[in-house]
Write a protein that binds this ligand. Structure first.
Ligand SMILES: [Zn+2]
Length: 418
């Protein structure tokens, strides 16, 4: 049977940010491929026997994509220090085991998943340090790219750590499905031995796996990679009693290591990135996590980068945020760039949560178009959000970010989740 869903406004979420009035999508029940996108009445005329749903004051758009989230740290409330990256990392190292050793681990992950769905998120890029959230995410309704994260700089522990990440990847491969994609993450240039990193990059190239890395998040990281001193010198002395530790990479050599990757490479944070470095990572999609960046580094990704380089958005984990609600993240980002035209910014942000999220994670969704996955949400409002300003531009993208709370309909993989 064919199903048609329509709404007063449809955000296609293509590069031009097309908005259809009284538009809709058609798909065959349980088949994860959009048949048609267009005018609602025309769709109804074409598919006469279809099951039809129309929400007059609604906005229909692709399900949102939270491109960077750590579910494992969901148990944290106020154990970590904010305001300075170094203080935060020290507090994370000191309290990490307490936060992770929560009796209620399963319900914490489940709550994180519920929070995604209730905010209209259908896909996530989940960074996992330990693998304990793997089964729950694989069996959840979310479409999940599951990044098994590698971390470790101590040469004597590398064999063990490398075997551990391969074991987690092997387990993730057993759970592979249309909604669960195994992938790898390199924690960051400051925390990863190059022999292990190099092997994992080669694995991603040969098996076409998505790869994620945190990159140039803090001034401390910049100073370490390119000045070989500062906070991280003391960090490695305290952590591993290493005198005169040296960084494994410069920022440039780290990017060069990633250059063979062409499929779904994402670099998260990048607050310190320069134009020269951006030119070196044309194969990557950036991911910004505005609230985490404000809390840890007192900064937002520069607007010029957001505007000119495809950038996805994520909430990061609760270890650096008060919640993992992507709509709240979008609202914060809306207030982070007072120099930007607010309507243009709204469109850029909505694309970061749809089209560019899909690009970052290598997914076939994030846009309403023929042959894309049947991943969409409808948000209903008590009045239409269609208002034109003096230059006759539709202000609905802005009003959507301000007012959207929870969808009335949410489909992932052609299945109704809400
Ligand atoms: Zn992160």
């Amino acid at each position: 049977m064919i199903e048609i869903f329509g709404a007063g406004l449809v955000f296609i979420c293509d590069e031009e940010f097309q908005i259809l009035s009284n538009g809709g999508i058609a798909f065959e029940s349980s088949k994860d491929s959009i048949l048609r996108v267009g005018d609602y009445k025309s769709l109804c005329a074409e598919f006469k026997n279809a099951k039809k749903t129309f929400v007059p004051n609604g906005i229909l758009l692709p399900t949102l994509i939270n491109a960077h989230i750590h579910f494992e740290f969901g148990g944290h409330l106020a154990q970590f220090c904010y305001g300075d990256f170094g203080e935060w990392l020290d507090s994370l190292m000191a309290n990490r085991d307490n936060v992770l050793k929560n009796d209620d681990f399963e319900s914490i992950i489940t709550q994180g998943i519920d929070e995604q769905i209730k905010a209209g998120v259908g896909s996530v890029g989940a960074i996992s340090s330990y693998g304990d959230d793997m089964e729950i995410l694989a069996h959840s309704p979310l479409r999940c790219v599951y990044f098994n994260e590698a971390i470790g700089s101590n040469p004597s522990a590398i064999d063990f750590l490398y075997a551990n990440v391969l074991e987690r990847l092997k387990n993730a491969k057993k759970l592979k499905s249309p909604t669960f994609t195994p992938a790898l993450a390199l924690h960051s240039p400051y925390s990863l031995h190059p022999i292990m990193a190099q092997k994992l990059v080669e694995l991603c190239v040969s098996e076409n796996l998505p790869l994620s890395a945190h990159f140039l998040e803090s001034p401390q990281e910049r100073q370490w990679l390119d000045g070989q001193d500062g906070y991280f010198q003391g960090f490695f002395k305290r952590l591993a009693n290493i005198d005169n530790a040296k960084p494994f990479y410069t920022s440039q050599s780290f990017l060069e290591m990633l250059s063979p990757l062409s499929n779904a490479l994402c670099l998260t944070h990048c607050l310190q990135i320069t134009q020269k470095e951006l030119d070196l990572c044309q194969n990557a999609t950036l991911i910004t996590c505005p609230r985490s960046n404000r809390l840890l580094n007192n900064a937002f990704l520069p607007f010029e980068i957001l505007q000119n380089h495809p950038t996805a958005i994520g909430t990061d984990g609760k270890s650096s945020n008060n919640n993992v609600n992507l709509l709240d993240e979008l609202r914060t980002a809306l207030y982070a760039y007072p120099q930007a035209d607010i309507l243009e910014l709204s469109k850029i942000l909505l694309l970061s949560a749809t089209l560019y999220g899909a690009k970052a994670l290598g997914l076939n969704n994030g846009i309403l178009a023929q042959n894309k996955n049947v991943d969409f949400a409808i948000f209903d409002f008590k009045e239409p959000l269609y208002h034109t300003n003096q230059t006759h531009q539709n202000q609905a993208p802005l009003h959507f970010i301000l007012n959207a709370n929870s969808p009335t309909h949410l489909y992932i993989n052609a299945k109704a989740v809400i």
